[in-house]
Design a protein around this ligand. Structure first.
Ligand SMILES: Cc1cn([C@H]2C[C@H](O)[C@@H](COP(=O)(O)OP(=O)(O)OP(=O)(O)O)O2)c(=O)[nH]c1=O
Length: 195
């Protein structure tokens, strides 16, 4: 069987690692797009749009099948992307404290004129947190490039009391759904990792 390869339209080390661990063979082609929600744009529609725009841009530049993804935190219909600074991160973490929010991850695959997008929504419940804890967490450097200002796979894992949905989706790439999407386009892991 010939292995079809693709480009990953991402500079996220988490996405690269998750896909490599699954045995996929791909090249990275990060694209920089403005990540700003349109007026009244719902969190799910926003994540799907960005994933598709990232994949389209990488496909146009490479001429190869391209995978793009976007992860956002949503609380009360509000979209929390990456924090701008310490105050922004603190405000996000305090908004998440002691209640549940949703993490939306959208993944798009574009191959010529063929396009498909999937998305997962994962419910995450946080423990309570105070401002001093939020600021100390910010000082660790971990929240800076993470949607919602936390990383479930890192120090931020201690804030997660419960989760319902896709753990890998929270980290940035829902593995089961992404594998299904890639398979629809004839893309499978390398032979050594096909399980
Ligand atoms: C909630 C959460 C998010 N994140 C990360 C996943 C994404 O990398 C990031 C959200 O930003 P994204 O804009 O989705 O992705 P990115 O800018 O890191 O990478 P690219 O656009 O080049 O693909 O937050 C975690 O790593 N852990 C978490 O628990």
């Amino acid at each position: 069987m010939t292995t079809v390869t693709f480009v990953l339209a991402s500079r996220s080390p988490r996405r690269v690692q998750l896909l490599r661990e699954q045995g996929y063979v791909f090249d990275c082609l990060p694209v920089d797009l403005p990540e700003v929600p349109g007026p009244g744009e719902a969190p799910l529609a926003y994540a799907r749009r960005l994933a598709l725009d990232k994949a389209r841009a990488a496909q146009a530049r490479s001429g190869r099948p391209a995978l793009g993804a976007d992860t956002d935190v949503s609380i009360d219909g509000r979209i929390l992307g990456k924090p701008r600074d310490a105050e922004d991160a603190c405000a996000m973490l305090l908004a998440l404290a002691d209640r549940s929010h949703q993490v939306i991850s959208a993944v798009a695959l574009v191959d010529g004129s063929r396009e498909a997008v999937i998305a997962t929504t994962t419910e995450v419940e946080f423990v309570s947190l105070d401002r001093a804890q939020a600021l100390a967490y910010w000082a660790s450097g971990e929240p800076a490039d993470k949607a919602g200002a936390y990383a479930i796979q890192g120090l931020g894992g201690r804030y997660v009391r419960a989760l319902r949905g896709s753990y890998s989706g929270v980290v940035g790439l829902p593995l089961a759904e992404t594998a299904e999407l890639l398979a629809q386009f004839g893309i499978h892991p390398g032979p050594a990792a096909s399980v």
